[in-house]
Write a protein that binds this ligand. Sequence first.
Ligand SMILES: Cc1cc2nc3c(=O)[nH]c(=O)nc-3n(C[C@H](O)[C@H](O)[C@H](O)COP(=O)(O)O)c2cc1C
Length: 200
Amino acid sequence: MDIVTAITGASGALYAQRFITGLVAAGVRVHLVISPLGRRLLHDELGMESPDLPALAGTPSHTITLYNYNDVGSKLASGSFLHDGMVIVPCSSNTLAECAHGLGGNLISRAAAVTLKERRKLILVHREMPLSPIDITNYQVLTQAGAILAPANPGFYLNPTTVTEVVDFVAGKLLDLLNIPHALDTRWDPKNVRPPVKLD
Ligand SMILES: Cc1cc2nc3c(=O)[nH]c(=O)nc-3n(C[C@H](O)[C@H](O)[C@H](O)COP(=O)(O)O)c2cc1C
């Protein structure tokens, strides 16, 4: 499988890392684009001076190809590149708006526009709180265009005790949406209910 993945400047770089690790573990070829603010998030939240592909993949023998954000002549900008879906994780309100308006001035919005026109799966992991009326309008426009809005909105019904478990909930959901098998322990199982979490 080939999955296009984009990282933009919304908080939640850990979601991107866990999702990409899951793709690589499943043998998926990852075609990665990172916006300038996405690079800043990788620095601020993951401590990466520049994109560290083995660290994002969780293994030195990774299957990630990094593309230039400004190269709208790249193969990801063309409908003739066949892929199995595109995920923007995390997705800023800025990129959400670009996608909702069909803009194509950078490789992320262009690849998203192409994914929609080719009727392939486009998943946007938007992170913002609260939502503005403009965000909500953009959700509706994109949903009607065929995109899947999967906001970074972890559930707590599995009673997570670590940040890793909270992140895994979202990453596992994304892999499920793409029908990619994973070993993340993110499924509700009434036979395996954990005790409620007590806050400090
Ligand atoms: C540390 C930091 C955290 C941010 N978090 C968010 C966020 O969670 N959601 C969001 O929509 N924008 C967030 N922003 C603002 C975006 O990065 C900004 O709007 C930027 O233009 C997005 O560009 P991009 O869509 O090309 O990545 C954040 C910016 C910084 C510097």
